[in-house]
Design a protein. Structure first.
Length: 410
């Protein structure tokens, strides 16, 4: 880990120095990728990365394991015109993902076919045009050496803070509005599902989350916060942390995925379980986790066994509340005559649902792989009725939950 941080600091300084030599006094504006001048090629048993940029920007790079990845962060790059199939020309890099990571910062993630280390990295800036070129060479390295040096450097601009002891939530006034944390799926470097007509899940779910949030607030029974309010990446772990930090009473993750297994269509609500209720749900959960991996999230410290046992104990109370919430939401959507999946209540090991003390569900409003669902999802009137169905479900669940908890206290 130490070598990664030192390398990062040197590259950041070198980039700033190269840019300063171009005659400007500070970084400003948005650098644009030159897609025609950008390639990732095999170089013997290694690889060469060449990125053309409209101007020099600070950058850093580091590697992550399981699977082996090279991550490059920039301040900030417009990736318009770049496509993965044209960028990668070889077999040493098996997949690539790029986009906004956090506001003001962009990320490029290369999944490596085998462990490789950075042999050289340099950014050059043309003194006349100010255009920049980042050149990185990779060479094979033993798996043990790769694992020893891999890891994300800690940076307060986008990393989670160190764990702290937090006070438990105070008893809520039964008449006070519930705080609902809405979680628009995906974002930034992780686009989610996409259609051939250019409909992208991350944009659609952000729009629906805003519409749903307005409906909830207007009811007077709920206040709303969102895990993201723009097109940027939020890791699954951070989404849960945000809900805890806000003291949320309910967590609802919103999605509109594509599923190739069977003919999935209609709204579906998922809760957390160790064993998925069906093969399609298991693959969906795996894809969500893979989205985090391809976005350059370091999961090496996730799922500590001892912590997992303690969380399982805490979930014994929360899980029945989540199950009841899922059922109420389905009833609410059905009451608005929204298309419901033939098996609307499902479960899987979605990481975003692993909060121990907040009732949490993942709602697939529809599936972009279904022509009928796609037509519904892009219809503002249809979305408004779906939002009303979720609102009605939350109102019903709140009344039932308050009644159950009153009995427990007695």
């Amino acid at each position: 880990m130490g070598r990664v941080i030192i390398l990062t600091a040197l590259i950041w300084a070198a980039a700033a120095g190269a840019w300063a030599q171009s005659g400007s006094s500070g970084f400003s504006g948005l650098a644009r990728i030159d897609a025609e001048a950008s390639r990732v090629r095999d170089a013997g048993q290694g690889a060469e990365i060449s990125l053309g940029l409209s101007q020099g920007v600070p950058y850093r790079l580091f590697t992550l394991a399981e699977p082996p990845r090279l991550v490059l962060d920039f301040q900030e790059v417009d990736w318009t015109g770049l496509t993965a199939d044209k960028l990668v020309q070889g077999e040493q890099v098996s997949a690539v993902q790029f986009g906004t990571y956090v506001p003001g910062w962009s990320r490029l993630v290369l999944q490596l076919a085998e462990p490789m280390k950075v042999a050289s990295a340099a950014m050059s800036v043309d003194q006349v045009t100010a255009a920049a070129r980042l050149a990185v060479t990779l060479e094979p390295v033993a798996a043990e050496e790769f694992a020893a040096s891999a890891g994300a450097p800690q940076d307060p601009r986008w990393d989670l803070p160190a764990p702290q002891v937090m006070e438990g939530k105070t008893e809520r006034d039964e008449n006070a509005p519930l705080l609902v944390m809405l979680d628009p799926g995906h974002g930034g470097i992780d686009p989610g599902a996409e259609t051939e007509h250019g409909i992208i899940e991350k944009h659609l779910m952000l729009q629906f989350a805003r519409e749903l949030g307005e409906a909830l607030v207007r009811s007077g029974q709920f206040t709303v916060m969102m895990t993201r309010d723009g097109d940027y990446f939020v890791s699954l772990e951070r989404r849960i942390a945000m809900a805890h930090q806000a003291g949320a009473d309910v967590f609802i993750s919103l999605h509109a995925d594509t599923i190739s297994e069977g003919r999935a269509h209609g709204s579906t609500v998922y809760t957390l379980s160790r064993e998925a209720s069906d093969k399609a749900s298991a693959k969906l959960a795996e894809r969500h986790l893979r989205g985090d991996l391809l976005s350059g999230t370091d999961l090496s410290q996730a799922d500590d066994r001892v912590t997992g046992v303690m969380l399982d104990l805490a979930r014994q109370e929360t899980q029945p509340r989540s199950d009841a919430l899922a059922a109420a939401l389905i009833d609410g959507l059905r009451g608005q005559k929204r298309p419901i999946n033939n098996r609307p209540l499902r479960s899987a090991g979605f990481s975003v649902l692993k909060s121990a003390d907040i009732p949490s569900v993942l709602v697939e409003i529809g599936f972009l792989s279904s022509k009928r669902d796609l037509n519904n999802l892009v219809d503002a009137e249809w979305r408004a009725k779906a939002a009303r169905g979720i609102l009605n479900g939350l109102i019903t669940w709140r009344a039932q939950d308050d009644a159950r908890r009153a009995l427990v206290r007695q």
